[in-house]
Design a protein around this ligand. Sequence first.
Ligand code: PKZ
Length: 284
Amino acid sequence: MVRMLEIFDVRPDPVVPARYRGDSDGGSRRVVDGSQILGQSIVAATKALPGRTVRNAHALFVSAADPDVPLDFTVTPIKAGRSFASATVTVRQESKVRTSCTVLLDTPQPDLVRRDEPAGPPAPGPDEALPADSLPLPGREVRIAGCTDINDPDEIGPPMVDAWLRYDEVPARDDLHRAVLAHFTGHLGISTALRPHPGLGTAQAHHTLSTAPMGIAVTFHDPVKWDGWLRYHHEATFVGAGSAHIRGQISTGSGRLIASFTQDAMIRAFESGPVTDIASAARL
Ligand SMILES: CCCCCCCCCCCCCCCC(=O)SCCNC(=O)CCNC(=O)[C@H](O)C(C)(C)COP(=O)(O)OP(=O)(O)OC[C@H]1O[C@@H](n2cnc3c(N)ncnc32)[C@H](O)[C@@H]1OP(=O)(O)O
């Protein structure tokens, strides 16, 4: 968990204002997790526009990032008003753009009215969900309702996945809360999209299937605070034409909706040719 928070907490460039540097942890992959870059972009925008919180961030992953090369985050304000501010975060490795993120920030507001229950059917709680051993990360526990192996091509179910997550430590800083919440938005979308289709599963990703999140949008519904379990509810609303669209909601163990997200993903067969020469750990 400490390592994860260090990664999200991008460092200011000592010379260039509104520019930040960040590292990556690819785990066993030679491609940086898109939702890691989304979390870092949220922290970069908050540092560049202090006094505000990120309410929405939409990242497009335009080229795959190498975990061994530092990431450069350049925050360019679009408009900084008295209450709202907007900015783009352009993420580069050397001269290559890897991600472009648009961010909306505001200052915390009191409720005029409030409705914050998650939509959709209730899910079995974390005590009834099964450990997801294929999603290990130090300091994070993941359980999935009604599914023994989410990657298994033969384990089929509805295009819906409810995951329960618990972190060893919830960071004190609000921008890091938001980065931590954003991090899991990219991890189960493609599995949700493949779940109803016999013979297809994320175990095949990067071997016989070309998959990657291409864009993630996350909206934080203030106040973004929690203690204990978080529920990530995913639904794939369209799968076809080489793509999938997934929508999701993040709520607390007590059933308060704190964030919503969408993911647009690539799901394609590999074309034979130079791409299949790329090592599978670096292949999308
Ligand atoms: C913080 C805590 C610690 C964490 C510790 C543990 C980590 C825990 C991880 C959990 C894991 C969750 C799961 C996350 C899963 C993602 O997040 S995957 C990463 C996010 N998504 C991406 O990176 C997608 C980036 N997008 C792209 O690369 C491009 O849009 C695409 C998909 C290649 C297609 O773009 P295009 O412009 O049509 O591509 P094209 O012009 O044909 O080729 C462009 C380049 O891509 C290359 N390329 C083409 N196809 C492919 C391919 N299939 N594969 C590779 N390269 C390709 C070409 O060779 C070409 O290379 P260059 O000649 O530029 O060197």
